[in-house]
Design a protein around this ligand. Sequence first.
Ligand code: IPM
Ligand code: MN
Length: 351
Amino acid sequence: MNTHRIALIPGDGIGQDVTEAAWSVLQTVAKHSGFVLEATVFPWSCAFYKETGQMMPDDAIETLRKFDAILLGAVGWPAEVLDSVSLHGLLLPIRKAFVQYANIRPHRLLPGVQGPLKAESFDILCIRENTEGEYSGAGGRIHQGTKDEVAIETAIFTRVGVERILRFGFERARSRRGKLASVTKSNAQKYSMVFWDEITRTLATEYPDVEVTSYHVDAMSARMVMAPETLDVIVASNLFGDILTDLGAAIQGGLGFAASANINPDRSAPSMFEPVHGSAPDIAGKGIANPIAAIWSGAMMLEHLGETDAAAMVMNAISATTASGIGTVPGKHTTEAIAMAVADAITTLER
Ligand code: IPM
Ligand code: MN
């Protein structure tokens, strides 16, 4: 029997609740489909930081490297650990070390979910550059705490980095409806973003079947609200993709539905799957976090592991669940009840 070894990092706050829920659904589909998902749980989190002074041990990357995939809940507990410390101690280094350069985030309305827009049918795949750009971490501060203080944060765009994320976008567009929207701000940022636009045009000649349009990020944010149905695949830099995907989450009904995958397309290291939402301290431990984003991220993990039928089964089960009104209204159903409904749908839809 096919076995996939998964590193589970529930992390902080509702990350714990939704990871447990997602894992139970994944176990159901694995049993049903005849493959094995084997979990090793790592307690790396802000609580771990408080005990050890580190978000994860020195050898964490080497430990994780042996797994087939990583499933992450959420990281961050700002009341006790600065976000800039917790995120730079766990999530961001994993994305970089494992060259998970494509962060893919689907935005569409699940059946029964009421979004804030009039448009009901849109299906957007946002691809965010995930290892460089504005989040490269290059910079520094001098004269700290004085009136002469200077802070510099440099965005880094490399030809390799830009070309590979754009190529990934073209490929995805080709496998979907053939439309690619490349997002920059090249009217204002005349080096990096003009560079990005140029590479977009060069690659476009290799993909004559893909209709590519370049947008400025401000115009794209308006388009996602006013005409989301005109969009298919969006490809954007790290910062722009980060912002646009929270907007994407909003138009799909909320962060509780927003799934994501940090993909290493070359498969030279494990990929990592996580809901877009954070640790939500306000509802942590109450058992009411919506696990759908985490379960959907789990389906993306199955797809990446080659279990495409099982991934489709999970997505059908999520749709059946929301169509029946479960998991569509915040706080109405418990995390566990929603996960159980999805698991039930997996076993009943098939037979
Ligand atoms: C996300 C998050 C992270 C990011 C933060 C927590 C560093 O907002 O995955 O969208 O911006 O990458
Ligand atoms: Mn974000």
